[in-house]
Design a protein around this ligand. Structure first.
Ligand code: NAP
Length: 244
């Protein structure tokens, strides 16, 4: 029987690449998305073309009830969730001086509380199955901080604390919980930066390039696989050496 992976915010960017990469490993895929659009069906079609099943489930990760509902849909269809990837995330960058409470809360609500909402709804099924992998997408700025990103950095640092604590709670049930901390990855999230800014950033990365969504997906694939069966509570940096 195929294993099942649920990936949040997976119709584009890093989430979509993770979905495609796990599909190639033979996982049936559950794609969570927030808004109905063409990308949802395109992603589903690309995954099914690989030869596995794909269920698309609508839901805003910052809303607990919606997470409860889409996790139930996934269980009704496949009976299990072997791998959960908490990928959905947003930025609302600005200096703290100009940031209002709503800008701070929205980022925390999606990135950190969203991670709680989905994990809380999935964990009981993994505990019953006595197996599971949870992979949370943090960020290098959750470790190092970044000017203009107090909200985002706090959310991503929170994910690291969440990952380590949960890893301790569920290790005895054979559930492994890890995080990845990408550096600058080419997606819509970083496309908003000016070309000169991107070039400047790349110059300061030891590997001299921005990362790709595939760079991140490869590490998630490893953390989902048997090859990482003695790793839990860790944060793997995928940053071309930025964090050195
Ligand atoms: N790109 C980077 O350099 C970088 C670096 C470090 C970490 N990350 C992290 O990697 C993850 C993926 O980022 P990305 O670069 O692929 O960004 P992206 O292209 O902007 O994709 C983000 C995805 O999250 C979804 N999403 C946002 N809010 C949601 C919500 N409330 N409920 C459900 N889905 C929601 C988006 O859906 P919509 O289409 O509805 O907006 C989109 O599919 C994020 O957690 C991000 O913080 C990215």
């Amino acid at each position: 029987m195929n294993k099942v992976a649920l990936i949040t915010g997976a119709t584009r960017g890093i989430g979509k690449q993770i979905a495609l990469t796990l599909a190639k490993e033979g996982y049936n895929i559950v794609i969570n998305y927030r808004e109905e659009n063409d990308e949802v069906n395109t992603a589903k079609g690309e995954i099914e073309a690989i030869g596995v099943e794909c269920l698309t489930v609508k839901g805003d990760v910052s809303k607990f009830d919606e997470c409860e509902s889409f996790v139930k849909q996934a269980i009704e269809k496949f009976g299990q969730i072997d791998v959960l990837v908490n990928n959905a995330g947003i930025t609302k960058d600005m200096l703290l001086m100009r940031m209002n409470k709503q800008d701070f809360e929205q980022v925390i609500d999606v990135n950190l509380i969203g991670t709680f909402n989905v994990t809380k709804n999935v964990i009981s099924y993994m505990i019953k199955a006595r197996t599971g992998r949870i992979i949370n997408i943090s960020s290098i700025v959750g470790i190092n901080g970044n000017s203009g990103q107090t909200n985002y950095s706090a959310s991503k640092a929170g994910i690291i604390g969440f990952t380590k604590s949960l890893a301790k709670e569920v290790a005895s049930r054979n559930i492994l919980v890890n995080a990845v901390a990408p550096g600058f990855i080419q997606t819509n999230m970083t496309d908003v930066l000016k070309e000169e800014v991107k070039e400047e950033i790349a110059k300061n990365i030891p590997l001299k390039r921005m990362g790709t969504a595939q760079d991140v997906a490869n590490v998630v694939k490893f953390l989902a696989s048997e090859d990482s069966s003695y790793i839990t509570g860790q944060v793997l940096q995928i940053d071309g050496g930025m964090g050195i």
